[in-house]
Ligand binder design. Structure first.
Ligand code: 13P
Length: 288
């Protein structure tokens, strides 16, 4: 049924999660197939969900088409969801998406010095808040590789709690991505999260905190991070791998197959399975 709804407010989703002690999972999607697989998993488990897309996903598909895909899914979905701009750096791209109806934005100016980061984030906050949208920003530098963005291990920088307090107060952001030991992409060693730092940040920062680079982080570490105040968990790599693996395996076994409806089927199932595991880990199931 077409319920004609708009995207649900990320701020509300995250504040509900903060109040009730769970995290809203944000899954990076790349096309209709991955978006639908994520939403079907969320529907089965009655979980709010965020569909995130990076600048290169928008570039690959064409910005208006990703908007059209997620907004038409949201009309029929049985769960609250939104389209979220992940790791956006360009004000013009953010503006284009907001003008197309997007209400959930991450402005990533974390690679700039503190004052410049504040200046860039404030400009985005002003534009997005004027239409009732939600803004996430990052302080510190999360390592690893996310699309075209790459931060070498030596350049990764943990979030300083007192700087985080000042940053949130001065920018007016709705949520803050913190660098506490995770990295984007695959880990060479098991990541060790800095829980003491997270506790310190939580003590002085009220807004919901966001954990990037959740793929490959042990379940127990994710659970503990949520207990200590993380309200949004970002997952990309752990969906990309099963999606691609399922297609590869299918085509190895069925070398003459050329029907995308055949080889996308196991790929969607594989994404759905991992999405469900992550929803249960975030404890966002049965929240609607
Ligand atoms: P992973 O690819 O490590 O899951 O990171 C996802 C992410 O943080 C997206 O912003």
């Amino acid at each position: 049924m077409d319920k004609g709804n708009e995207f649900v407010s990320t701020k509300e989703m995250l504040l509900n999660a903060q109040r009730e002690g769970y995290a809203v999972p944000a899954f990076n999607i790349h096309n209709l197939e991955t978006a639908l697989a994520v939403v079907h998993a969320a529907e089965e488990l009655k979980s709010p969900v965020i569909l995130a897309a990076t600048p290169s996903t928008f570039k690959f598909n064409g910005r208006p088409y990703i908007h059209a895909i997620v907004s038409s899914i949201s009309k029929y979905a049985k769960v609250p969801l939104t389209l979220h701009l992940d790791h956006h750096e360009s004000f013009d791209e953010i503006k284009e998406s907001v003008d197309l109806g997007c209400r959930s934005v991450m402005i990533d100016a974390s690679h700039y010095p503190f004052e410049e980061n504040i200046r860039i984030v404030k400009k985005v906050v002003e534009y997005v808040h004027a239409v009732g949208g939600t803004v996430e920003a990052e302080l510190g530098k999360i390592g690893g590789k996310e699309d075209d963005l790459s931060v070498a291990d030596k350049d990764a920088m943990y979030t300083d709690p007192s700087a985080a307090k000042e940053f949130v107060e001065r920018t007016g952001v709705d949520s803050l991505a913190v660098a506490i030991g995770t990295a984007h992409g695959l880990y060479k060693f098991e990541p060790k999260l800095d829980y003491d730092r997270l506790k310190e940040i939580r003590k002085v920062v009220d807004v919901p905190l966001v954990l990037h680079g959740a793929s490959g982080v042990p379940d127990e570490s994710i659970k503990k991070a949520i207990e200590l105040g993380i309200c949004k968990i970002n997952i990309a790599t752990e969906l990309k791998i099963p999606f691609t693996k399922a297609i590869r395996e299918y085509l190895i076994l069925n070398q003459d197959e050329n029907d995308p409806r055949k080889y996308f089927l196991p790929a969607k199932e594989a994404v759905k399975k991992v999405t469900k595991e992550k929803i249960l880990l975030c404890k966002s199931n049965n929240r609607i």
